[in-house]
Design a protein around this ligand. Structure first.
Ligand SMILES: Nc1nc2c(ncn2[C@@H]2O[C@H](COP(=O)(O)OP(=O)(O)OP(=O)(O)O)[C@@H](O)[C@H]2O)c(=O)[nH]1
Ligand SMILES: [Mg+2]
Length: 197
């Protein structure tokens, strides 16, 4: 009793080979949500494989990938990524993927105000039904298409600030801010409570 090493692990805590809580290496379920065509699958492909697919196909249901990153404090974060399908016909499946998620990446396309509206719908849905301390990121993708921009950075930033999310603009095409997006999420994830360092 009272010994941290013998305390039962919380749901989501990573365990080492002996079943003790691993304070340095955490893992989290991450879900991507957003309208069809905003670039969710391309963001994941860029992050996990360093590639871009200009002919990316619509996702059917959802797809799963994982990727581990190292942070500056020498901890590691393993992301178990659910890339959901944005087409309306799959919307009812979304709770299967965001339930229990420690992080959510909500994506819109900076050239499409409709997709920014849809992102706000997902934010409200997660606020109502997501995990209590979920880390939420609002992502304006396709920043390389700045000549066609229709959603201002300032409006998106203000929306994110007022909803306690962090905001970043990315390009899966050029790789701009893709790694930064996941690093920032990794830094914001709650660490297992610890009595030792
Ligand atoms: N210019 C540009 N095009 C992008 C970018 N990211 C994705 N695309 C293109 O946008 C289209 C849709 O990308 P996807 O990643 O398949 O979109 P999605 O959000 O996964 O769509 P669903 O699976 O239907 O939900 C593809 O033609 C991509 O090549 C980007 O950063 N810049
Ligand atoms: Mg997709």
């Amino acid at each position: 009793m009272g010994c941290s090493a013998s305390s039962p692990a919380n749901k989501g805590d990573s365990l080492d080979d002996r079943g003790a809580i691993d304070y340095k290496n955490i893992r989290t379920k991450l879900v991507l949500l957003g309208d069809s065509g905003v670039g969710k699958s391309c963001i994941v492909l860029r992050f996990v494989r360093g590639q871009f697919d200009p002919a990316s196909k619509v996702t059917v249901g959802a797809s799963f990938l994982s990727q581990t990153i190292a942070l500056q404090d020498s901890s590691t974060v393993k992301f178990e990524i659910w890339d959901t399908a944005g087409q309306e016909r799959y919307a009812s499946l979304a709770p299967l993927y965001y339930r229990g998620a420690g992080a959510a990446v909500i994506v819109y396309d900076i050239t499409s105000p409709e997709t920014f509206e849809k992102a706000q719908y997902w934010v409200r849905e997660l606020q109502k039904f997501g995990s209590a301390n979920i880390v939420m990121a609002l992502v304006g993708n396709k920043s390389d298409l700045h000549a066609s921009r229709k959603v201002s950075t300032q409006i998106a930033q203000e929306y994110a600030d007022s909803n306690g999310m962090f905001f970043i603009e990315t390009s899966a095409k050029t790789a701009e801010n893709i790694n930064q997006l996941f690093e920032e999420i990794g830094k914001r994830l709650p660490r297992p409570s610890t009595l030792k360092n």
